[in-house]
Write a protein that binds this ligand. Structure first.
Ligand code: AGP
Length: 596
């Protein structure tokens, strides 16, 4: 996710402490490198940056002594280019008279870098933040004025990002936004801009929220907003933020879990953009295609994504996959794997010991091990031959939500690529997720209230909704402390049906193609007095047979499972609140399990 902060003040001063504090307040977004730049009175740029935690980098490079009227700081979470000093941000242009930093992802980074090198620019890193600077430099070199150069650069930079840049011989900073967050702060004697409010609020509570397609020109005495398209001035009055810092860090939501649930459409969008430009995807696909057996390996939520991935690979790419819980991989498969097999090890944290043990066992047998992880720099990303990032930013709440949907989307994307299907179809997913969250919210909250007296329930699915039922049940168990078993719907009659009594809740997650099968299961429950809650697209058969329905937007059998998990996450969240628990930090659990 990364974080940027820039400030313009009315006098030459020690900006170092302000930049360090602003960076500290963006650390919740996750980072591996830190950098700061000030534009000094003598017309030079002071740039200091490196891999490491803020306090360590600040001490090593004495960031506190940095002076100027204008300063930029950036926290980097590696996507393009390994964590290294040269890839850390901010970045200079070829001559060293412009400096800029971004957050987000520029997905045509590799192509643009090649163009810049061919045009004679000095490209020092692999990082896409540097690409943003050269994108502006290109048009300055062609004789455009600075604002027009930024506008034209905006047109060249594909992806979701926000970017701040300054140049010597000027008294301003400039920022643009496309997809990623950007907020401006204003007060007497300075203006500032940042990816997020926590770095601004200690300085001022007068803010302007920047919209996509807007350029901000920051001067010590005020800001101007212009349209990127036609350069026209945009009038927007500042607003006063009254929330506490805690509320701001939670994005205005009462809990991180709810914030992260609502971040799913945006992180899905960013992931899809990133996958489109990823060379690692080609490496992974090439090896998968020539492999003998293919394993998807994970624990908990990540394992559920593996099952969903296996269903997509079979249905879309015609490729059988063995999804397996990491610890069971060791006795059940590791003794028999060879160098012809491939494993995709999936983990939000990249530190789950069970997953790392399985990877070690597989590597000993010569199997090719790839990773899918959210935390870059984690052990999994270092141990795997190659890995794909989940692009979710920090997931703070213990129950995984946005990392699950991005894991499933990664598998879906790989299955599409395997089969040669047009991946642009996947671009509908983020909007469908937004629609779903809006549509189901009130009904799910009411359902949580009515389920509160039950300490035991089931959540059933079939085919691609089977892993969704498992995931919904895990969320319910994890943060409501009730027992909820996830199961294949057809297995219910082979034993658990005996638990059904008057009003006993059973949730059915229905894929549109499986409705007749699900309806049978529903009737086995309702005819014994049970309460069947169907989660699916509007369907007269579900409507007529279930006790009640949570209706998902029409999306078809492939995207439906991704939408169906959203009301289940929300249900677990609301039921947890009904019971007076903190959904972010359930008892006995930890976000990262580094023990056997
Ligand atoms: C999910 O809500 C859980 N917190 C848990 O099941 C988690 O998915 C599991 O521990 C695996 O973690 P990982 O993805 O970091 O490897």
């Amino acid at each position: 996710m990364c974080g940027i902060f820039g400030i313009v003040t009315d006098k030459d001063q020690n900006l170092g402490p302000i930049l360090i504090e602003a960076a500290r307040r963006l650390t919740y977004r996750g980072y591996d490198s830190v950098g700061a730049a000030t534009l000094r009175e003598d017309g030079t740029i002071d740039l200091r940056k490196d891999v490491g935690k803020i306090d360590a980098v600040a001490a090593r490079y004495n960031l506190a002594e940095m002076r100027g009227r204008r300063g930029i700081t950036q926290l980097r979470w590696a996507t393009f280019g390994e964590p290294s000093q040269v890839n850390a941000q901010p970045h200079l242009d070829s001559d060293g008279d412009m400096v800029g930093a971004h957050n987000g992802n520029v997905v045509n980074n590799v192509e643009l870098r090649q163009q810049f090198i061919a045009e004679g620019m000095l490209v020092r890193s692999q990082n896409d933040g540097e690409t943003c600077v050269h994108a502006v430099e290109r048009y300055v070199n062609r004789g455009y004025d600075f604002i027009d150069a930024i506008r034209l650069a905006y047109g060249d930079l594909a992806g979701d990002y926000a970017f701040v840049i300054g140049r010597t011989g000027d008294d301003k900073l400039y920022a643009i936004k496309k997809g990623s967050g950007l907020v401006v702060g204003i007060d007497d004697g300075f203006t500032c801009v940042s990816s997020d409010l926590p770095s601004i609020l200690p300085l001022t509570r007068r803010i302007i929220r920047v919209q996509d397609g807007e350029i901000v020109i920051l001067q010590a005495g005020g800001v101007e907003l212009h349209s990127v398209i036609d350069g026209r001035l945009i009038q927007r009055q500042p607003e006063i933020v009254t929330q506490t810092m805690d509320a701001v860090q939670k994005g205005g939501y009462p809990h991180f879990m709810l914030k992260e649930i609502h971040e799913q459409p945006q992180v899905a969008r960013e992931l899809l953009h990133l996958l489109e430009g990823s060379g690692e995807v080609d490496t992974v696909l090439q090896k998968i295609k020539s492999s003998r057996h293919l394993y998807f390996i994970g624990c908990g939520t990540s394992y559920h994504a593996c099952i969903a991935g296996a269903v997509f690979f079979a249905q879309i790419a015609g490729r059988p996959v063995i999804p397996v819980l990491a610890p069971q991989f060791v006795p059940q498969y590791a003794p028999a794997v060879t160098h012809e097999d491939v494993g995709l090890f999936v983990s939000q944290s990249g530190e789950t010991k069970d997953v790392l043990n399985a990877l070690q066992a597989a590597e000993k047998r010569g199997m090719t091990c790839f990773g899918i992880a959210n935390v870059i720099g984690s052990t999994l990303t270092r141990a795997a031959a190659c890995w794909l990032p989940l692009c979710c930013g920090y997931e703070i709440s213990v129950p995984a939500t946005k990392t699950f949907t991005n894991q499933v989307i990664t598998f879906l994307y790989l299955a599409y690529r395997m089969s040669g299907r047009d991946t642009s179809e996947l671009e509908q997913i983020p909007d469908l997720m937004e629609k779903t969250l809006q549509a189901v919210a009130p009904q799910v909250a009411a359902l949580a209230t009515s389920l509160n007296k039950w300490n035991d329930m089931y959540c059933l699915g079939f085919g691609a909704t089977y892993p969704i039922a498992l995931e919904g049940a895990l969320k319910l168990k994890e943060i409501t402390y009730a027992h909820c078993e996830g199961m294949l719907s057809t297995e219910f009659k082979h034993g658990p049906l005996s638990a059904v009594s008057e009003g006993y809740p059973v949730i059915f997650v229905a894929g549109p193609q499986d409705v007749p099968l699900i309806v049978s299961g529903i009737n086995e429950v309702t005819c014994r007095g049970g309460r069947a809650v169907a989660v699916g697209e509007e369907d007269s058969r579900l409507r007529a047979n279930a006790s009640e329905m949570i209706v998902l937007p029409l999306s078809g059998p492939t995207f439906n499972p991704l939408l169906a998990v959203l009301p289940l996450q929300l249900l677990a969240y609301h039921l947890s609140l009904e019971r007076g628990y903190d959904p972010d930090f359930p008892r006995n659990l930890s976000k990262t399990l580094t023990v056997d």
